[in-house]
Design a protein around this ligand. Structure first.
Ligand code: OFO
Length: 168
């Protein structure tokens, strides 16, 4: 059984994951409109992955006797300047999500909720991977600089970085 404090904290994280999915969907749409098919595919998959993170939490909260809540989301930006800025934003966003997961784990320890603490370890590993992936992409974009040919290749290569598994 979840305590009200843990239930509220998990519901807050559900909103964070939903908002991540929303932001990445907007990035996907912007890239698609600009004609960057690879970046768009990558961001659509990333948006789906965040939705899966959200659903995993929804199911956990309900299974543990709580009530997972669906809340209103903020409209994300529609445009992101450049792809360098967009991926920087993605990286910053993931760092913030990691901080939210860490805070959540802190609350679990304070509340002695070791089951939720154990469940959240999956998110800890996921955040390490996601931050590393975002950093890796940013490094590549910095290397490409203003080289249009390099960016064309990058748009093609990024499809190989799609890791989304939305079946979990
Ligand atoms: Fe990429 O954030 Fe979910 O956990």
């Amino acid at each position: 059984m979840l305590s009200p404090i843990i239930e509220e904290a998990l519901n807050n994280q559900i909103a964070v994951e939903a908002q991540s999915s929303q932001v990445y969907l907007s990035m996907a749409s912007w890239a698609e409109v600009l004609g960057f098919e690879g970046v768009a595919q990558f961001m659509y998959a990333h948006s789906d992955e965040e939705r899966m993170h959200m659903l995993k939490l929804v199911k956990f909260v309900n299974e543990r006797g709580g009530h997972a809540k669906v809340s209103a989301l903020e409209a994300p930006p529609k445009e992101f300047g450049s792809f360098k800025e967009m991926f920087q934003e993605l990286f910053n966003h993931e760092v913030k999500v990691s901080a939210c997961i860490n805070d959540l784990i802190d609350i679990c320890l304070q509340q002695k909720d070791y089951a939720t603490h154990n469940f959240l370890q999956w998110y800890v590993s996921e955040q390490i991977e996601e931050e590393a992936l975002a950093r890796n992409i940013l490094d590549k974009i910095k290397l490409i600089g203003d080289d249009k040919g390099g960016f064309y290749l990058f748009d093609n290569d990024i499809k190989q970085l799609i890791t989304a598994d939305t079946t979990q």
